[in-house]
Design a binder for this molecule. Sequence first.
Ligand code: FES
Length: 189
Amino acid sequence: MATTIGTADSETLATQNGVRRRDFINIAAVSSAGVGALATLVPLVSQMAPSKDVLAESTTEVDLSAIKMGQGIKAVFRKQPLFVRYLTPKEIAEAQAVPLSELRDPQTLDERTKPGKLNWLITMGVCTHLGCVPLGIGEGEPRGEFGGYFCPCHGSQYDTAARIRKGPAPKNLEVPDYTFETDTKILVG
Ligand code: FES
């Protein structure tokens, strides 16, 4: 409800320190708007901060100790398949024997693995053509002509360093960011 203040009353609004009541009302209104803005900002900022669930989802820890040489496992990283493969010396030698000039997306096995860990090939399990999940990580799955991965969607073939060798895919399987936490544990992301 609006309050009407008469002219005669206005003089009585003057306070001892010279600040009029009307001014005080204006200051109070501005302060309360300031507090309101702050109160709005706090939930907004807390909404923008990643929740614990999101932070946990953004990294994936993989235990390598159960993977035998020549085998691999399919894990999940940021809701996408992640291939973790323990290469044999033969698979490493095959990858190293390929001249870079023969590759569509030239990269050495060294560049696609961590120093001293040539035998651990960590890649996304997402074909770089249209995003199908290639075969070759599971026991008994076809690995294609180059011994790596075979994409059943349109026939892309990857070698033992997961580099594209044949078919429509333009790029090698992506190597995500990861670190070795111990000799048998990696943290992806
Ligand atoms: S999505 Fe893999 S070849 Fe097309």
